[in-house]
Ligand binder design. Structure first.
Ligand code: SF4
Ligand code: MG
Length: 319
């Protein structure tokens, strides 16, 4: 069953008269229950904007979002209480998403109260139980976010996201602000929770190595558009979009076997263009080593080349 569906989603930010940053520019994807969809792209490609738009922090410029069978974008007054219980987000920087003037107990009791998760008298027990889920000791509830380390702060953010028994969590680069030494611990924890709690994740990262280990399917973003979506296995075995091939050929590998599986090195020209002045036609054409004449004129449409494998490129169109 599809838990989250985005159709033609657009998020434009005005920057003066008739000028826009087209941060998200017509995106379609769906996430099935129990799936982990990796959303990958360079910084500024629109990943976080998709996350914030789904959560209702921005009202979308156009398009529709359906969650658990119900359109959630029709409601102009923000997201329903039900959605705010079922869908949670963990931000990249736990330092700025936790109130430094509250202790962990206060931080976690708020969602427990708002969503009536347990009777008032059981809140402390519930907090200890949730801390245990993220492998933090019970006395952590008396600590303040400022007195603990970055990894522990992120565990508290994850604990906060778990309080309402959500179905779906958006993880927006959950480990990229942390020391490498604790990244793996947090990733393992997230994947253990996903399995145990039967969660569905949208996992945002710019790290292709992380992506391979956590996701069941991968969507690649470039300048506000998704250029390829595929099941993780297909994605690494048969990447089709030149940009995907470029990202994959840049991952360092350790064995010769893996090296042999990597797509041939693709050199892309230049830097990522500004989302204010998007290139004509295919937005990747300014950097694509395979561009043809048509690429500068016509924006390719997303096509399903094999079941579940979608590509947006003139070279990969089904005949
Ligand atoms: Fe490259 Fe053309 Fe494909 Fe765009 S449509 S990725 S420019 S080949
Ligand atoms: Mg971001």
């Amino acid at each position: 069953k599809e838990l989250l569906i985005a159709k033609g989603l657009k998020q434009y930010f005005p920057i003066g008269k008739d000028r826009f940053v087209r941060a998200v520019d017509g995106v379609d994807f769906s996430i099935r229950e129990g799936e982990v969809m990796g959303l990958v792209g360079e910084s500024g490609s629109g990943k976080s904007t998709i996350a914030y738009t789904v959560m209702g922090m921005y009202r979308q410029t156009d398009g529709e979002i359906i969650f658990n069978g119900t359109s959630i974008t029709k409601n102009t007054k923000g997201r329903s209480k039900e959605f705010r219980r079922d869908a949670q987000i963990v931000f990249q920087d736990p330092g700025s998403s936790l109130n430094p003037y509250q202790d962990v107990r206060q931080i976690l009791s708020l969602p427990l109260k708002v969503h009536n998760v347990v009777p008032k008298s059981d809140i402390d027990d519930k907090i200890r139980e949730i801390l245990q889920m993220v492998e933090l000791p019970p006395d952590f509830m008396y600590k303040s976010p400022n007195s603990i380390g970055g990894g522990e702060r992120q565990l508290v953010s994850i604990a906060r996201a778990l309080c309402s028994n959500p179905k779906f969590i958006i993880l927006d680069e959950p480990t990229s602000s942390l020391d490498v030494s604790i990244q793996a611990k947090i990733l393992n924890m997230l994947m253990k929770l996903q399995e145990e709690q039967k969660l569905t994740y949208m996992f945002i990262t710019h790290d292709m190595g992380v992506m391979r280990n956590v996701s069941t399917k991968i969507a690649i973003m470039y300048l506000g558009k998704i250029c390829e979506i595929a099941p993780t296995k297909t994605f690494y075995e048969k990447p089709l979009h030149p940009y995907t091939q470029m990202l994959l050929s840049a991952i360092p590998v350790i064995s010769a076997e893996e090296e042999a599986l990597k797509p041939k090195k693709i050199k892309c020209e230049g830097e990522i263009p500004s989302p204010v002045n998007l290139p004509s036609g295919c937005s990747f054409h300014t950097r694509c080593p395979f561009r043809q004449e048509i690429c500068t004129k016509e924006d390719p449409v997303m096509q399903e080349v094999e079941p579940g494998h979608f590509v947006r490129c003139h070279l990969c169109q089904k005949k």
